[in-house]
Ligand binder design. Structure first.
Ligand SMILES: C[S@@+](CC[C@H](N)C(=O)[O-])C[C@H]1O[C@@H](n2cnc3c(N)ncnc32)[C@H](O)[C@@H]1O
Length: 241
């Protein structure tokens, strides 16, 4: 049994698989998976950190790229192993059982904002990457998903206004958020520069930043606000070692 915030992932592993994998989430199918694939080198070993049930590593493994998934939650790893032939192991992102300079790429998909010790996680990613390797980080956009952000539908002003409110962006904060009925998860908010600068001091240079407009399915089903296509939910950062 894991302790603290990690036990949240144990408790909600089945919920995560049901809601966000196997084609059940438009953001994965229409954005995260294709963007990660496009950012990776064409071949080599790809370490998928906080791999969950393995959908990202599975998607990018094609005979030339070989994903190895690591996660701390046993039931996620069991689900991953039941679905494909990738290799999996149980490990904390902050202490990787992986040789130095041994992998061609590292993926962190919707993981770092749940990790308390960002510096340890980046130390380890930088250590295991070979020179010239790539780190791809997918995260909830730190500016637009700051705690306290969200759509405001103000019908008390004339004319009524709909706008996206941004919370206290520059303040690093840890919050427990209810992301679905009864599903509480811990998030660590940090400004975008904190990620970029922490990577830079470890020799990881930012090559590309993608801020995709929400996928059409999401706009149609959840965000039918005027201008909603101009508020990205995700940031995808590609670093080169
Ligand atoms: C939001 S899910 C993302 C899963 C997967 N990366 C994907 O995109 O489908 C976050 C995952 O990170 C894992 N995780 C969180 N903190 C971790 C840590 N410190 N070390 C290893 N895995 C961690 C959780 O167990 C969970 O499977």
């Amino acid at each position: 049994m894991t302790d603290g915030p990690l036990s949240e992932w144990e408790q909600h592993a089945a919920w995560w698989r049901r809601e966000f994998s196997a084609g059940n989430d438009a953001e994965y199918d229409e954005q995260i998976l294709p963007l990660v694939q496009a950012a990776l080198p064409a071949d080599g070993v790809v370490l998928d950190l906080g791999c969950g049930e393995g959908q990202v590593g599975r998607y990018v493994s094609d005979g030339r790229r070989h994903a190895v998934g690591l996660d701390v939650i046993r039931s996620q790893l069991e689900s991953a192993r039941a679905q494909d032939g990738c290799r999996y192991g149980q490990a904390l992102i902050e202490v990787l059982p992986v040789a130095t300079s041994s992998v061609d790429a590292v993926i962190c998909s919707l993981v770092l904002e749940h990790v308390a010790d960002l510096d340890a996680a980046l130390d380890e990613s930088a250590r295991v990457l070979r020179s010239g390797g790539v780190l791809v980080v997918v995260m909830n956009h730190p500016l637009l998903q700051t705690p306290g952000s969200g759509w405001i539908d103000d019908q008390l002003v004339d004319p009524p206004e709909q706008y996206w409110r941004i919370g206290p962006y520059l303040r690093e904060a840890t919050s427990l958020e209810e992301v679905d009925a009864g599903v509480m998860l811990t998030f660590h908010h940090r400004p975008l520069g904190r990620y970029v600068n922490a990577a830079a001091v470890r020799g990881l240079r930012l090559e590309r930043l993608d801020e995709p407009s929400p996928p059409p399915t999401h706009l149609r089903e959840f965000w039918s606000f005027s201008g909603a296509e101009s508020i990205p939910r995700l940031a995808v950062l590609t670093f080169r070692s």
